[in-house]
Design a protein around this ligand. Sequence first.
Ligand SMILES: [Fe+2]
Length: 203
Amino acid sequence: MTRHPASRSRRRALRTLAQSAALTPLVAAWPPLAGAQTLPATPSCGANDPPTASQTEGPFYKRSTPQRSSLIEPGVTGDRLVITGFVLTTDCKPVPGAVLDFWQADAKGQYDNDGFRLRGHVLADAQGRYRVETIIPGGYPGRTRHIHVKVQPPGGRVLTTQLYFPDEPGNQRDGIYSPALQMALTRGAEAAQGSFNFVLRRA
Ligand SMILES: [Fe+2]
């Protein structure tokens, strides 16, 4: 298959990005989760990759969430999930300092509308990487499992979207579900590992 030269150069840039990410000691500063993958997967951007699609915010967003690496508070039960990935521009440049603000239902499909249980934000690091610990949410009437997120580059426009899980029977019954917003998911000994790269339009 013939590749556009720009695509090759992007892949080279991403390889360099991933290699430098693998050597960065900042990883050690992340809270440990025994047995869990701590590095996001190598990003893959093609010449014609579209920016990440926006989706409805829904009724449960709350502002002023805490900045924290784990959304799990005491009393929260459910299957552990670690989500990692990159925040990139459409030309595959990392977006350091991007804010990723997550909110989601608990394992029973309930949102905490009083406090900030399963709500919180993290920042992308110097290589554009992010990592957040949470649980796999339950679905609720009319909705398959999903995690809401707002992604904002420094000084830039907010992307509001949702992340989905593969192989969910509810996906095909949910009119909002989009396969383009599905995480790659693997099951680990301690936690499931979700991976998703956000691609933002340049300002
Ligand atoms: Fe929701």
